[in-house]
Structure formats: C-alpha cells, structure tokens
Design a protein around this ligand. Structure first.
Ligand code: RFL
Ligand code: PHB
Length: 394
C-alpha cells in the first residue's frame, strides 16, 4: 500500500540545514515536510560543530532562535595559534570587528527542534529508501518507506536536499549536469569530549611535529579536543593516557607554566577530513543545501555556518518562486557557491597550514606561514576575516 500527501516544500534531512529551512519558510507562510532516516533522539545527540560565526548568530537571533544562545553561548574575540615554544593570540574584534560564539551544534539543533514542535512542523523520522522523482517538472515528488514498512508518496512544488554527504539528493542531479571537486586528506581527527573545565579562555590551534591538536570547548565544565591521527586509526589503539599525553605534548603543557587539565572522556570518535563541492546547487525543482552540496575539513569551523548561509539565501528564493517570481531561485546556486568556494579555500588553507607531515620542505613552509600570520597585521586580518565569517550576502 502507498499513502500519499502534498506539501509546498519537501525537505530531505532533519540536520541543521533542513530544520532551519523549514523554520525560515514557515515564517514566510510556506508549508514544508521534513523527512529523516534517523530517529529524533539520534539527530539531537550527534556531537559535531562548536563554533558559530557572527552572521550565523545574527540570523538565528533575527528569526527568534537566539534566546538561549545569548544566555548560554560564549562569545570569543579570537583564537590562539601555536607551534612548539610559541603561542600567539589573534584578536578578531580588533582585526576585523567581528567575533565568533562557542555554542554546540547539538544546542542549535535542540533550539531548532523545539521551535519546530511549537509551530507543529511536520517531521517524518526513521524512514528508508528515500527516492526523488520528476525533479525537472513543476510537480516533483518524494517516496520512502516508514518504520512499519509502509510506502509513502509526498508531492511538492519544490524538493530541497539537506541530506548531508550520504543522502540521495546530490546523486539525483544527472551526471551530465553536475560537476564535482574533491580532496581526501591523508590524515583524520581523533575527537574527544571530556568532563573538564577548559584550560584556555579561547580555542588553541596547535601545529606540532607529532601532528595538529585543537583545544575547543562546549561550556565551563566540558572541553572538546582533537588530535591529528593517520587515516584508518583504530580507536582501540588510543588509551585515555595516550590521548591526554598526546594532547599535553602538542598543546604545550609546560609552555610558560601553562597546564592542560584532564578529565573523564565521555565521547570519542575518528573523523575523516574531506573537501567536496558539487555544482550547480539547483537542478530543475531540486535545490541542494549544506553538506549535501559541499564538505569542508573542520579546521576552519565552517561546515555548519555554510549550511546556515545556504538556507538563509534559499528560503527567500523559494518564497519568491512559489509566489511566481523565479529570479532569486535562478540566482541561488551561483550566489551560494561564491561563499562555498571562499570557505572551501579557507578550510583547505587552515588544514594544510596546521597538519604536519614528514616532508621537511612542507614543514618549513608551514612554520613560515604561521609566523607570518601571527606577526603581520595583514596576515592575521586575512585569517580573522575568514574565520569570523563574511556577511551572508557576500
Ligand atoms: P547534516 O547535519 O549531516 O544533516 C543531514 C541529515 O540528512 C539525513 N539523511 C537523510 N534523510 C532522509 N533520507 C535520506 N536518504 C537521508 N540521508 C541522510 C541525515 O541523517 C542527517 O540527519 O547536514 P547539514 O544539515 O547540511 O549540516 C551540516 C553540518 O552538520 C556540518 O557541516 C557540521 O557539523 C560540520 N562541522 C563544523 N561546522 C562548523 O561550522 N563549525 C565547526 O566547528 C564544525 N565542527 C563539524 C565539526 C563536523 C564534524 N563532523 C562530525 C563531521 C566537527 C566535527 C567533528
Ligand atoms: C569544535 O568545537 O567541535 C570545533 C571547533 C573548531 C573547529 C572544529 C571543531 O575548527
């Protein structure tokens, strides 16, 4: 048996891109249904990004999602850049007049889902076999199987693929239309979450011959750390002691009396590092947003912010399209890709500057680059402008 329904916008994926898009569309009086393979609890519990750009915070605040963020988020004026024997602070506010916020993606997702429930947003969780149909017509449709094995069909005016890097949407653009670029880096991140107060007031990005390390945080009692590890690293090879010793060495325990405090590790995982872009971000009545269209390595803290920027452009474009004006929808892909490529370059640049390898020539170039960024106002301002984020309309 197949049940059928109809909506204006069918959104595939209930990550931040999908749920924020449904929020922005609802504010414009546009109805949507959000379809998701995972359970609501699984999506809410995923540990991911930690840094919000100024324009992300501004947008969330403007659309009524900024209350807890203002209360619990932690505004950071900059970051520390470090290599053995030296730690330098870059003050983004001084350099470019913008700042960033520490507020986990988990918290953003909670705020989005609470607001979605309050407006009685229709979600369908735990679906399988999602398939997109007739995308080149004015009446595209989506099918899936629910948790009880029942097939469903949803007709829409527009389908938006917010289904991340493993969803079906990007592959629904025909091969002769889409163009892709990608890079897999020769290292991964081992990420941990620990019950310990941060040992720093702002994030530390550390170059070290043993590999990159990052000291981030989630709150005054929870810290987040990452270590560069080889691809295919087995977590079983990394005992708690090995993780803490690696972090202490790379983050400069003992440098000018600085100490790394340790605590109970509550989550650990190994993350591959990839860059990927697919364009165009629109084909017929299918639009792509967020990780469905592009991936960046996390060193620039851009993935979530790019997803937010995409839907900030897409929501008004779809609202206009559904009212008969296609101009913004026609311009969406080019407008979004301008920022996507800027962030793709910045994330690649931060990644290749900070991750060590065995090539002595690369090592000297990296150290020279780091010294330049830390000592030249022009170098520091370039990093600050990209990290704190360009305005949505850039
Ligand atoms: P998501 O969050 O992956 O959501 C996609 C959703 O689509 C669902 N899905 C399907 N639904 C229906 N049918 C199907 N066939 C489907 N297939 C998949 C998935 O289950 C999922 O729920 O993509 P979205 O919304 O585009 O959001 C992107 C962000 O999640 C991502 O870019 C960031 O997390 C990246 N990222 C960071 N971004 C930042 O801006 N700042 C950071 O500090 C930062 N740190 C990070 C990160 C990502 C990380 N990981 C785990 C990759 C740190 C890490 C460790
Ligand atoms: C995080 O806190 O998870 C985080 C922060 C900065 C990054 C990547 C991840 O560049």
């Amino acid at each position: 048996m197949t049940t059928s329904g109809r909506t204006q916008v069918a959104i595939v994926g209930a990550g931040p891109a999908g749920v924020l898009l449904s929020h922005l569309l609802a504010a414009d009086g546009i109805e949507s249904v959000v379809l998701e393979t995972r359970s609501e609890e699984y999506v809410a519990g995923r540990i991911r990004a930690g840094i919000l750009e100024q324009s992300t915070v501004d947008l969330l605040t403007e659309v009524g999602l900024g209350e807890r963020l203002a209360r619990e988020g932690d505004q950071h004026h900059g970051i520390y850049l470090q290599w053995p024997g030296e730690r330098h602070h870059l003050d983004f506010v001084d350099l470019v007049g913008r700042s960033v916020w520490v507020y986990g993606q988990t918290e953003v997702q909670k705020d989005l889902v609470l607001a979605a429930h309050a407006r009685q947003q229709q979600f369908v969780y735990e679906i399988s076999d999602t398939a997109l149909h007739d995308l080149e017509s004015d009446r595209p449709w989506v099918t899936w199987t629910d948790a009880d094995g029942v097939r469903h069909r949803l007709d829409a005016d527009v389908v938006v693929g917010c289904d991340g890097s493993f969803g079906p949407s990007r592959g629904a653009v025909p091969d002769e239309v889409r163009r892709t670029w990608g890079r897999t880096y020769p290292y991964s991140w081992l990420g941990i979450l620990a019950d310990v107060a941060p040992s720093t007031d702002e994030l530390i990005y550390a170059w070290h011959p043993d590999g990159f390390a990052l000291h981030s945080m989630r709150s005054s009692t929870v810290s987040r750390f990452y270590l560069q590890v080889p691809n295919d690293t087995d977590l079983a090879d990394w005992s708690d002691d090995r993780i803490w010793d690696g972090l202490a060495a790379r983050l400069g325990h003992g440098l000018d009396g600085w100490e790394l405090a340790t605590g109970t590790i509550t989550d650990r995982s190994v993350l591959p590092m990839r860059s990927f872009v697919q364009q165009p971000m629109r084909h017929g009545r299918l639009f792509l947003a967020g990780d469905a269209a592009h991936l960046v390595p996390p060193t620039g803290a851009k993935g979530l912010n790019l997803a937010v920027a995409d839907v900030a452009l897409l929501a008004p474009a779809l609202a206009a399209l559904l009212k008969g004006d296609p101009a913004l929808a026609d311009a969406y892909s080019d407008a979004a890709l301008r920022r996507v490529w800027r962030c793709t370059h910045f994330s690649w640049w931060m990644t290749t500057m900070l991750h060590s390898n065995d090539d002595p020539f690369d090592r000297e170039l990296q150290l020279s680059q780091l010294r330049w960024v830390a000592s030249s106002r022009a170098g520091a301002a370039g990093l600050a402008e990209n990290y704190a984020g360009l305005p949505i309309g850039f």
